[in-house]
Design a protein around this ligand. Structure first.
Ligand SMILES: *[C@@H]1O[C@H](CO)[C@@H](O)[C@H](O)[C@H]1NC(C)=O
Length: 105
């Protein structure tokens, strides 16, 4: 039950706006199978972050992209754990195809 409440809370935190309206996206820092990490700067504060663009899986049958529940699990962990070796989550955006995690550098 507690886990469920956290998941609902997490999903509501995903902003449905265009991340580029709020962050200036810069050079690529690295990439994996379904994610690209790019440098970005928050327009309102001028602070630098890393933006992790994760491709969402578009159908149950597909093997490409990351399942939404797995993205939510990553977000939930990042929100709950405060540790020097774990990056802090600043913001989360999403649209139909991508989830974008804004992470502290
Ligand atoms: C979703 O957001 C990503 C990252 O900003 C962008 O590259 C992509 O084109 C967007 N997709 C849609 C369907 O708007």
């Amino acid at each position: 039950m507690f886990q469920l409440v956290i998941l609902v809370f997490t999903m509501e935190l995903f902003k449905q706006q265009d991340v580029e309206d709020f962050y200036e996206v810069g050079e690529e820092l690295g990439s994996g199978q379904f994610a690209i990490v790019k440098q970005c700067r928050e327009r309102s504060s001028g602070l630098d972050y890393a933006a992790k663009f994760i491709k969402k899986r578009q159908s149950l049958a597909s093997s490409r992209g990351v399942r939404r529940e797995d993205i939510e699990r990553e977000v939930t962990i990042l929100q709950q754990v405060q540790h020097p070796n774990i990056v802090t989550l600043h913001d989360v955006y999403e649209n139909r195809t991508d989830v974008v995690l804004i992470l502290e550098l």
